[in-house]
Design a protein around this ligand. Structure first.
Ligand SMILES: N[C@@H]1[C@@H](O)[C@H](O)[C@@H](COP(=O)(O)O)O[C@@H]1O
Length: 261
């Protein structure tokens, strides 16, 4: 696992956008797994600026969703489908056909989950999966004690996650669904490169436990320790509880630029 400590969220966005650019240059039709929440927004902003500036051609890139609320009406502005279309697909100038996600409004949720795992595999697998992290260490919507081998499935949100996400629903926790579909931890670990971005002091404890604690289902992001190519990008605040921060800084400073993330 590589830990990259950057000065702030914008720098994190830039570093990861560079990694996406380098991926797309190698593989123009890359499947880019995107996350929601506020943390990844600087990545999408930096990437969209590069696309507008002609730095990279993303016209063949495909985008896939990490997770979704269950039961929000189609087109709800806070469904993750709407968010990804608004924050990623449109700014990058991609068509809706380039985008895939689980169907949170399906009658048969279990069948929708299985269909999504099958669709990801049929698409050749995810090349780079971007992740945020919940204050309780969740990735996607894999709450604590999710199986480290889990596949895409329905989950129940913890009270803490519903409180954290209420800000997207006008601060009204009653509007936050209880149920979600999320790529499983096993599904996420199948991506060829997993990049987790965490910013702000509120994520420092979850980051420290995920990076330096034991691999444990109670801290879902600790599963990234099992991945052969996992990168954790943190700003100074989110890095503040990492005991090995000096080592991570020295390693990154000594890294040859051609190596990328
Ligand atoms: N399902 C999403 C996660 O993918 C995201 O990482 C988390 C943190 O969000 P934020 O980045 O806004 O703190 O929120 C939600 O729970």
């Amino acid at each position: 696992m590589e830990v990259v400590i950057v000065p702030d969220a914008a720098a994190g966005g830039e570093v990861i956008a560079e990694a996406v650019v380098s991926l797309v240059r190698r593989r123009p039709d890359a499947l880019f797994g995107v996350a929601t929440g506020s943390t990844p927004l600087p990545v999408y902003k930096a990437l969209a600026a590069k696309v507008r500036g002609g730095v990279v051609d993303v016209s063949r890139v495909r985008v896939c969703q990490l997770d979704e609320y269950v039961g929000l009406p189609a087109g709800h502005p806070e469904s993750y489908r709407s968010v990804v279309l608004r924050e990623v697909v449109e700014p990058l100038g991609l068509s809706a056909e380039a985008f895939m996600g689980p169907d949170g409004a399906a009658e048969d949720v279990q069948a929708a989950c299985e269909a999504y795992d099958a669709a990801l595999a049929a698409a050749g697998g995810v090349d780079l999966q971007l992740l945020g992290i919940g204050t309780d260490g969740h990735i996607g919507f894999n709450e604590p004690c999710s199986s480290l081998a889990s596949r895409t499935r329905i989950k129940t949100l913890t009270e803490q996650t519903r409180v954290d996400n209420a800000r997207f629903f006008g601060g009204d926790i009653d509007q936050v669904p209880h149920h979600v579909i999320t790529q499983g931890i096993g599904t996420i670990l199948e991506a060829r490169h997993v990049v987790l971005l965490a910013t702000g002091e509120g994520k420092a404890e979850a980051v420290a436990q995920s990076v330096e604690g034991p691999v444990a289902a109670v801290v879902p992001a600790s599963a990234l320790q099992l991945h052969p190519h996992a990168t954790v990008v943190v700003d100074e605040a989110a890095a503040s509880k990492l005991k090995l921060a000096p080592y991570f800084r020295a390693t990154y400073a000594a890294k040859p630029p051609w190596q990328g993330l």
